[in-house]
Design a protein around this ligand. Sequence first.
Ligand SMILES: [Cu+2]
Length: 161
Amino acid sequence: MKKQTVTVIATSVITVLVVLAAIIIFLPTLGPRYLHPLMMGDQPAPTSLDMSNSRLSDNGLYRVSWASDPSSPPLNQIHAWTIHIETAEGQPVAGAEVSVSGGMPQHGHGLPTNPQVTQDLGNGDYLVEGMKFQMPGWWEVRFDITAAGQNDTIIFNLTLK
Ligand SMILES: [Cu+2]
């Protein structure tokens, strides 16, 4: 074989290996962002969804609102929310136990992180740390709230671009 041919083959092989390595390395980050929505067909969220960030819980026990920092939830970035919980009559709820869950109903997966309420900020406000959304589309965020022995659930809808 000519030396030139060997060089061409070697260069091709190395290029292929580098591309493969790059795909393997970046798949965990780029996969959820691009491949998963592609596989799932990227359906639009149902138009009937309540997108408000302040609502009454399922059984009407609590009025809950959320605020994100930064104010519109970022993509692929761990960030914090503050939720405000008050009674249906408008009294701030202190000492609530709150668990956080959520996911994408159209994709059948949950949140990529396990967010926790880490601080009771007082006056019915609670700090939720570890929020993350790893792809655009319709997300549900669910809070299970127990205060004074009373349990109720609220599910918020949001769409990320
Ligand atoms: Cu998804």
